[in-house]
Design a binder for this molecule. Structure first.
Ligand SMILES: NC(=O)C1=CN([C@@H]2O[C@H](COP(=O)(O)OP(=O)(O)OC[C@H]3O[C@@H](n4cnc5c(N)ncnc54)[C@H](OP(=O)(O)O)[C@@H]3O)[C@@H](O)[C@H]2O)C=CC1
Ligand SMILES: CC(=O)N[C@@H](CCC(=O)OP(=O)(O)O)C(=O)O
Length: 349
């Protein structure tokens, strides 16, 4: 009898879904039993995505919860916000485990979701049930739970960069400014005026400044860590590259800390976590150094002159910001090694 976990992917034709397939095809404990699309039916996945060869299940079927439940144990929902709100409760009620990649279950307060996402929130009981899957911080809550809400891409890079210093009381939570940049794949696969070639090539565009839907997610977690409400200034910018997020964070220090102090603090905090790499003092990370991998690389510049610290954090938005972190969360849910199926070195150059 096959003891592998049977997984299905909804939203399999999006960037997050396709990246899930790429990794899961090589996961030793997983069998992909269904890749599901709302728009394409009966087409082999390799027809639309020829880079995915030898996929075990090729049929794309409609989103029918009963059929998914008959075949799978766990579902990744790589679906747009609003879609997961409706779909995830049905999957959970059918007895499936779920890792949701959308923003629909990250905020505990439904009213806050409605304010920032401009969509109806999921029922409070499901918001409550969702475990926020920032593995390096809340990983101990993931074991055996049926439902994980995967963090947003910008929050992943930003929170991993800020939490150790905030938790240690080394930075003033009232002083945090975040300057974040993303490659275009962060906007998903659908064509749009903002992301088409002539608009973004050789361009560098701010968008949703102070209005981004990831602001309440970042503030929710920082508030949890600080033990009191935190607000941040958050600027998002689109960069003409395919993958990658760089979050550059500035905060006032509560003491005279050096780069080396920060390196030691962060290495201690992330001890035993395979995907956070804290750079030696003065070696700042670049997006290309994590491309295609589940790593988050972090570097520092503590400035004694201004008493502020600059923290630089990079991830691949499609991997650590989405599919890779979702698989990391599945591993934790199942009690497996955190890095199972994810041990890839970044692609370089
Ligand atoms: N791209 C990124 O870097 C990140 C994305 N996310 C989040 O992950 C989710 C997926 O993102 P991404 O892959 O980029 O998005 P895409 O737009 O690339 O793909 C989303 C997929 O969802 C499917 N879909 C659309 N409508 C429905 C529906 N009504 N029912 C079922 N499926 C539907 C579509 O596939 P089909 O038409 O075949 O059904 C589509 O391919 C989103 O919530 C996004 O916000 C989170 C972090 C990072
Ligand atoms: C470059 C780009 O457009 N990125 C998207 C990321 C959105 C996302 O992933 O949405 P949720 O996490 O809220 O589901 C954005 O800034 O809106």
């Amino acid at each position: 009898m096959d003891s592998k976990l049977k997984v299905a992917i909804v939203g399999s034709t999006g960037y997050g879904g396709v990246e899930l397939i790429r990794f899961l095809q090589h996961h030793p404990q997983v069998e992909i039993v269904s890749v599901i699309s709302s728009s394409i039916s009966g087409t082999p996945i390799s027809e639309g995505f020829p880079h995915l060869t030898d996929i075990m299940v090729q049929d794309l079927d409609g989103v029918v919860v009963e059929e998914i439940a008959a075949r799978a144990d766990l579902v990744f929902t790589a679906t747009p916000s609003g879609v997961s709100t409706e779909l995830v409760p049905q999957l959970l009620e059918a007895g499936l485990k779920v890792v949701d990649l959308s923003g629909d279950f990250r905020l505990k307060d439904g009213a806050l979701y409605e304010q920032w996402y401009k969509k109806p929130a999921a029922p409070a009981s499901f918001l409550e049930q969702a475990v926020y899957g920032l593995a390096e911080v809340y990983g101990d809550r993931a074991a055996d739970v049926p439902f994980i809400s995967n963090p947003g891409c910008y929050p992943t890079a930003t929170l991993l960069g800020l939490i150790p210093a905030l938790k240690a009381g080394w930075i003033d939570h009232r002083s945090i400014i975040i300057d974040a940049k993303s490659g275009v794949s962060g906007a998903g696969r659908g064509a749009s005026l903002t992301t088409h070639f002539a608009e973004i090539n050789e361009n560098f565009k701010p968008y949703k400044v102070n209005k981004h839907q990831h602001i309440p997610e970042i503030e929710q977690v920082l508030g949890d860590v600080a033990g009191e409400p935190v607000t941040v200034t958050f600027t998002t910018q689109l960069v003409p590259m395919t993958r990658g997020i760089m979050s550059t964070m500035y905060a006032t220090m509560n003491g005279s800390y050096t780069d080396q102090d920060l390196v030691e603090l962060y290495r201690e905090y992330y001890k035993g976590r395979p995907f956070v790499r804290v750079r030696n003092a003065g070696i700042w990370p670049a997006t290309k150094e994590v491309t295609g991998s589940n790593y988050c690389d972090i570097g520092f510049a503590a400035d004694a002159r201004t008493n502020r610290v600059t923290i630089i954090s990079v991830i691949d938005n499609v991997v650590k910001g989405a599919a890779g972190q979702a698989i990391q969360n599945m591993n934790l849910m199942m009690g497996w090694e955190e890095n199972l199926g994810l041990g890839l070195t970044p692609v370089y150059p």
